[in-house]
Design a protein around this ligand. Sequence first.
Ligand SMILES: [Zn+2]
Length: 331
Amino acid sequence: MSELFDFTKEYEKELILDDEIIIPESIQTVRINAGKIPSGNRINVFAHVLRKNEAGPTMLILGGVHGNEINGIEIVRRSLEQNIYDNLKRGTVIVVPLLNVYGFINFSRYVSTDGKDVNRSFPGHLNGSLASRVARIITRKILPHVDFAIDFHTGGDTRYNFPQIRYAKKDVRAATLARFTGTKYMMEQPYIAHSFRKSASDVGIPALVFEGGESIRLDQLSIDTGLSVIQNVLKGLNMLDGEPQFKNQDQYLIHKSTWLRASTPGLFIWEKRSGDYVNRGDKLGEIKDPYGNRSDDVIAKYSGHIIGHNNGCVVSLGDALFHIGRDYTKL
Ligand SMILES: [Zn+2]
């Protein structure tokens, strides 16, 4: 095991999470108060914790930072349903399927009552907005126990992301962790201010972001990939038996990407989609006016891999159409 992956937190016999003592060798659910909605109903965040007697890293598996990004939530939920933590050899997993309950019940990315984005509200504040308080649950109650984290997301609105892993290039441990995942695409993405990933990095915790599919819609490829990401990383960290399994023949590390945007509004019909490789000048789709008079071709301005595309059928001028990884290395 590489020194890079020596866990840093002292592995004490007892783990206390939000005043609850975690008893080793069985999954325990901790309910963390996350405030109330205006009707007076209480909102809770649930953390499922499995702690083994044998010392090892503590991994946070997080979903639903954005409430409408259902693939991320479903991957984390299904990881529990499929009992993939049953054979954990050592260390601890903390599994939080849904952080932003407020967004989830309103089909929204944001905390619906204050319109704020949890992933722009880290590390959070006790007297801050609701989004800031939700972020603080992770920062104060969970991160102090954690060595590594994976944060599961889904493309915004109708923008479909081919299942991919993102991390900051300068975070060597996250980059090495990413190699375990086996996803077709990995993307170097600088830290976003006040995001979970940045906040984790500020306290020395490498975090990967998974992206897959589009909001409000389940996508089997993304769910399957996400589940293998969890298992592969746990295997890579020697928390599960076996070697990481790579389903993809080819893997690409994307260094730079650009969104190709609509140069005219109208009905958008794509012909190429996420996962395809395209050459500069290729026709990717068409935008048509609704009256049958006009059709404009959407042409690739760069050669590269389509790592995301818009499934929205009506687009405005400047809307994102294709996310093209144009500077990449085949691994
Ligand atoms: Zn997200």
